[in-house]
Ligand binder design. Structure first.
Ligand code: GDP
Ligand code: MN
Length: 383
């Protein structure tokens, strides 16, 4: 779950990371009230989950209430890379001497946490990685050892931060690492991390992505769920209790088990197609679950064919087949289905599908995952 900047800053504050005082505003009047609270000068910031807000005109300094009105009025409703601004964050403006970059992520291949630190902040880190990769210090951290202050300070030295920023940066890195680990983040990024003329180091932006699987130990995350940005398909899937992620392609995917669902996306790509979604219906693929899954896929106008990929273990083939037949009676599908049904009671399942009298143009069965992927991609007109 991705957080808005203001939520990320609230999360940082829990771990004692210095951020500016401010408030959220949904209207111009609220923006003025927030500015009065924060103290002028302020910065008015568009709250959208996309980078480069500054360049797009979504971040403006304001010296008084009139300027806040002007900028808040312009930024509210603004479209930034397809995200419409509905919320502002107004905070006390900071004086900036230098801008740095700091982040923690998980490096799955290395099975370690990864600190990235650069003296070149305030620009997209991908651009720095391209133009001057040497300027990014990458430090792997063994989760068992954690990150101590001396190591954090050395990373700041290696990143060529100036002497007077070292202690402040080390302090924030240790706190940010705690936020990342104890706070169960997938990503905790500060860009820019600034040095003020006073010598203080301070988080001017916040990009935080929370690991939703850890939600059970974070009751405080409920507030974030209320503002979670989901597209219409994802909202429908959530209401139906499905593990669904919307993608941009045209082959709708239904699979049982997250691993199989991901492999299904890979195979569809391998044969030249693109998946419209990830959808894991889990172990109990009964008619209700199947109907809900087909309803969500059918709702997506981009879907041109549907690939149902089931490998029965605990899930039984005949139940899946019955579920599909019953679901087809409930949902009027726009796109044809290709199914690969294998594993426990697969033969019986295929017989049920064959006996149901569904025309071949609406549902066809293929013996392997690869064959089914090819057929689904061909039906989607992608190959
Ligand atoms: P992003 O463009 O979406 O990453 O938004 P940021 O929050 O990182 O802000 C972009 C840029 O706006 C920063 O790199 C700063 O240069 C500038 N900026 C943001 N807040 C302030 C502030 O309080 N004071 C000053 N002087 N500049 C700011
Ligand atoms: Mn930024």
């Amino acid at each position: 779950m991705d957080l808005f900047e203001y939520q990320g800053k609230q999360y940082f504050a829990r771990y004692d990371i210095p951020v500016s005082a401010g408030d959220v505003a949904l209207t111009v009047d609220e923006a003025v009230a927030a500015a009065e609270g924060a103290g002028y000068p302020v910065v008015v910031k568009a709250q959208v989950q996309v980078g480069g807000r500054g360049k797009a005109g979504g971040i403006k300094l304001a010296a008084d209430a009139d300027e806040v009105r002007l900028h808040a009025g312009n930024i509210l409703g603004m479209d930034i890379k397809g995200h419409v601004v509905e919320r502002l964050w107004v905070e006390h403006a900071s004086d900036i001497e230098e801008e740095y970059y700091a982040s923690f992520t998980l490096d799955r291949a290395a099975k370690k946490h990864l600190l990235m630190l650069s003296a070149q902040g305030g620009v997209e880190i991908e651009a720095v990685a391209e133009s001057d990769p040497e300027a990014i210090v990458k430090l792997h951290i063994d989760p068992v050892d954690g990150l101590d202050r001396a190591t954090a300070r050395q990373a700041a030295v290696d990143a060529k931060l100036p002497e007077r920023a070292l202690d402040g940066a080390a302090d924030i890195l240790v706190k940010l690492y705690r936020c990342f680990t104890e706070g169960d983040c997938d990503l905790a990024e500060i860009n820019p991390l600034i040095l003020k003329p006073t010598g203080e180091v301070h988080a001017l932006d916040a990009k935080v992505s929370l690991d939703s699987n850890a939600a059970f130990r974070h009751p405080e995350w409920e507030a974030y769920a209320a503002t979670e940005v989901l597209d219409d398909r994802e909202q429908l899937a959530k209401r139906n209790g499905l593990q669904y992620i919307g993608l941009e392609g045209s082959v709708g995917i239904i699979a049982n088990g997250a691993g199989l669902a991901m492999s299904t996306l890979d195979v569809v790509n391998q044969v030249g197609g693109t998946a419209a979604n990830f959808l894991d219906i889990g172990g109990g693929a009964n008619a209700d679950v199947m109907a809900a899954a087909l309803e969500v896929i059918n709702f997506d106008q981009a879907v041109k064919s549907i690939f149902i990929n089931i490998f029965g273990g605990i899930t039984r083939g005949e139940e899946v087949a019955k579920g599909i037949v019953e679901a087809l009676g409930r949902v009027e599908l726009r796109a044809p289905i290709v199914i690969r049904l294998d594993g426990t009671n697969a033969e019986e399942g295929r017989r049920i599908l064959a006996d149901a009298g569904i025309p071949e143009s609406r549902l066809r069965s293929e013996p392997t995952m690869l064959d089914a992927a090819r057929a689904a991609v061909a039906l989607a007109g992608q190959n």
